[in-house]
Design a protein around this ligand. Structure first.
Ligand code: COA
Length: 149
């Protein structure tokens, strides 16, 4: 397995919008077509495709929130055909390394509903801890990145 994060381009965006989570997960994440549209109008967000060698297996998007000055993971999905193989964990490890080294990013924030046990296991194992804040029904989690210039 060779996981990498790659930019979205004319060549690969069709493949990205055709990725799908399982039917029972549909309410957990916006469609990739919505996320890519959002990235066109909000230039603070960065969409990235998750690859294993040359196969696109998933998608993520992160960005700086102008209002609170924090970096947020805004989307993470792995296509239903490729879940449970460790792709999300490896993609998150690469994103964390990228934020640590290329951005002056002291911490990464994200939120998810408690019922999303799969996401909870992933993020807790990566070291995210609850901040005590909530956005609607979603609890906010943070990972400190200890940025070293
Ligand atoms: C959450 C999601 C991105 C995880 O992707 P994935 O590639 O299947 O995850 P991984 O294979 O890297 O596994 C991550 C962890 O979840 C666990 N896991 C894998 N399959 C699981 C399953 N079916 N049920 C519960 N936990 C599972 C793994 O054991 C792993 O834990 P570990 O770190 O202890 O090894 C994917 O399920 C998804 O796209 N879900 C729908 C969208 C979503 O919920 N996004 C998150 C929004 S915040």
């Amino acid at each position: 397995m060779s996981v990498s994060l790659r930019d979205l381009t004319h060549e690969n965006f069709d493949e990205c919008i055709n990725l799908r989570v399982r039917e029972d997960q549909a309410g957990l994440v916006a469609s990739n077509v919505y996320s890519l549209a959002q990235a066109q109008v909000d230039h603070e967000v960065t969409p990235l495709a998750i690859y294993d060698d040359d196969t696109m297996v998933g998608f993520l998007m992160f960005g700086l929130d102008d209002e609170d000055g924090r970096y947020w993971l805004l989307r993470l999905m792995v296509d239903h055909r490729y879940q449970g193989k460790g792709y999300a964990r490896q993609a998150m490890e690469q994103l964390i390394e990228r934020l640590r080294t290329r951005f002056s990013c002291p911490a990464l924030y994200l939120s998810f509903p408690q019922r999303n046990e799969h996401a909870a296991r992933l993020f807790l194992n990566l070291g995210f801890t609850p901040t005590g804040e909530h956005i609607g029904e979603e609890a906010v989690y943070r990972l400190r990145l200890d940025y070293m210039p």
